[in-house]
Design a protein around this ligand. Structure first.
Ligand code: SAM
Length: 538
């Protein structure tokens, strides 16, 4: 239904001709958008337009390639000058180079982002359309080589300070020399390992990450082995079940032969290695640029202000809150309010005890086993918070999760979803756009789930209950996650119902919202999914 809703916002009419008309309109608006982007940037796109609107053929032409090169050069100088002025080592992949950028001032961070985005466009132009399509499809081989290097733990066998011969390296793995060399040499084309002299392998800073960063090893392992296989099976999954809403009929189930048997989390729950890997992969993601918890916690960074809840010693429930790290950070900031972290029993059992070394923090946080596909047990809380939860579910499941809050809610209770919120194509900077669009497809491959637009979040609340009054979406600068909020105001519904009683309502009328809220026939009962869906995370 989520997909249907999304498509229908583009193609609202059912007739073929108006469908085509809608498509044409859509195309026109996209073209207009890219033109406006260009002019906003002050770019000429290779043509000089006179005041009468005609092109001046005599004016000097600047090609897009040259514009890009100039902008890249300017941005690179800005970043380089900043590093020099701060006495920082220049960005490098040398083995002893820093692995992360420092926190940059806003203008330098923007210049850095320009370099990332514009070099990609310049690269495409230099390849040309046909060649970039021809070789673009081979990017999965980069994934394969990285997954293999990670799987066989090659990075740990290469000494950090001196090269090792391929012959010796081979004795430390189960790979034969030919396969070891060919997989490594693809990775090297991406700056992961180097071969300073033929047959000798040395570390780079990127391969050092694979050696030293356990969360990154898990991130590569989960993406390279679980997600990679799931993504390769999305087409058969879509062929068999085009509606793509069931948790047990995604690419993941087609890849691992569990169609109609169990959702991904249940599969992970049965395999401690994969469950642990998934949990650590999430830790790696959360630590990545643009996802830090501080974007929610720190009001100074554009986070959520909970001072009023704190003042009245209110309650904050983190639903599906894992080991409660958000609540720990919040409890350090707000000294009076109380917190409940809910998750499935295994997750709650594996949480650190005490949850914080600071007793003033720990005593205000309760860890509670709770399945969000059952009725909410914490009544009358001030805030119910969902971080990285709703995007794991297609609309029928997501609506069910929200509906389960209703019996517990007091008027004025806030429901906060902390997820990506998709904007119209082209409104993000190209790097964020790429990450968020890809995440949307990751959700499809693993869970038949989705990222959502503001309208889709609004529709989700409306489908769950009319008493949820949508408050809108906001996002801190530099953060990819949005804060999506609704407030529970049942009095508005009662007033509306009173008004409606005065009008004639035909029997058996179902609202679009109610229809949307019904899980699909092919979707397994959410509660059953949830019971079995427990991954053991770090
Ligand atoms: C993607 S993680 C998000 C965790 C945390 N909110 C965060 O921001 O990192 C999804 C969480 O939902 C939990 N979960 C999955 N199914 C659940 C259910 N039915 N009821 C409660 N928690 C569930 C998982 O155990 C996991 O901790």
């Amino acid at each position: 239904m989520g997909k249907l809703h999304r498509l229908s916002s583009f193609f609202s009419s059912s007739s073929l001709s108006s469908d085509n008309e809608a498509k044409k309109n859509n195309r026109r608006s996209l073209a207009a958008f890219s033109t406006s982007l260009r002019s906003k940037d002050g770019l000429t796109n290779g043509s000089s337009v006179k005041s009468d609107g005609k092109t001046d053929a005599t004016a000097p032409q600047t090609s897009r390639m040259v514009e890009l090169a100039q902008q890249i050069s300017k941005a690179t100088e800005m970043v380089d000058n900043y590093f020099q002025s701060q006495g920082l080592p220049a960005p490098s992949f040398d083995v002893d180079a820093p692995l992360d950028y420092p926190q940059l001032p806003e203008d330098i961070q923007k210049a850095r982002l320009d370099i990332i985005c514009l070099t990609k466009e310049l690269n495409r132009l230099a390849h040309g359309p046909r060649e970039s399509v021809r070789w673009g499809i081979w990017e999965f081989l980069d994934v394969l080589s990285l997954a293999a290097v990670n799987h066989y733990g090659i990075a740990k066998h290469v000494p950090i300070d001196s090269p090792i011969s391929l012959a010796e390296l081979q004795t430390k793995t189960t790979l034969d020399p030919v396969n070891l060399a060919r997989l490594l040499r693809v990775a090297m084309t991406n700056g992961i390992f180097a071969e300073p002299t033929p047959g000798f392998i040395a570390h780079t800073a990127a391969s050092r990450v694979l050696r030293d960063d356990e969360a990154m090893q898990s991130w590569i392992g989960f993406n390279g082995e679980d997600l990679f296989a799931a993504a390769a099976h999305v087409l058969p999954a879509l062929e068999a079940h085009p509606e793509a809403t069931s948790l047990t009929r995604a690419g993941f189930q087609f890849a691992f032969n569990t169609v109609d048997r169990e959702p991904m989390f249940a599969t992970f729950g049965k395999d401690p290695m994969r469950a642990k890997r998934f949990g650590r992969a999430m830790v790696s993601l959360t630590g990545g640029e643009g996802y830090e918890p501080s974007y929610f916690v720190d009001v100074e960074k554009g986070g959520y202000d909970l001072r009023d809840v704190d003042e009245k010693e209110g309650t904050f429930v983190d639903v599906g809150g894992s080991h409660g790290f958000i609540c720990v950070d919040l409890a350090k900031r707000y000294k009076k309010m109380r917190f409940v972290v809910q998750d499935l029993p295994k997750m709650i059992d594996s949480a650190p005890k005490p949850i914080s070394e600071d007793p003033q923090v720990a005593e205000r946080i309760t860890l509670q086993p709770h399945d969000f596909f059952t009725e909410q047990v914490v009544k009358d809380a001030d805030v119910y918070y969902f971080r990285w939860i709703i995007h794991n579910y297609s609309t029928p499941y997501a609506v069910k999760i929200l509906k389960n809050l209703v019996p517990a809610l007091k008027p004025g209770a806030r429901i906060i979803i902390n997820d990506h919120c998709l904007r119209e194509p082209g409104q993000e900077n190209p790097w964020d756009e790429r990450v968020m669009r890809r995440m949307d497809v990751v959700m499809l491959a693993l869970l038949n789930a989705q990222e959502r637009t503001e309208e889709e979040f609004k529709a989700l609340f409306a489908a769950a209950h009319e008493g949820f009054v949508f408050q809108g979406v906001r996002r801190a600068k530099g953060c990819r996650m949005s804060i999506i909020e609704a407030v529970w105001q049942p009095d508005k519904v009662e007033k509306k119902e009173e008004e409606e009683e005065e009008t004639v309502v035909p029997e058996n009328t179902t609202t679009a919202a109610a229809a949307e809220a019904e899980p699909k026939a092919d979707a397994p009962a959410p509660a059953a999914d949830a019971e079995a869906s427990q991954p053991e995370t770090a």
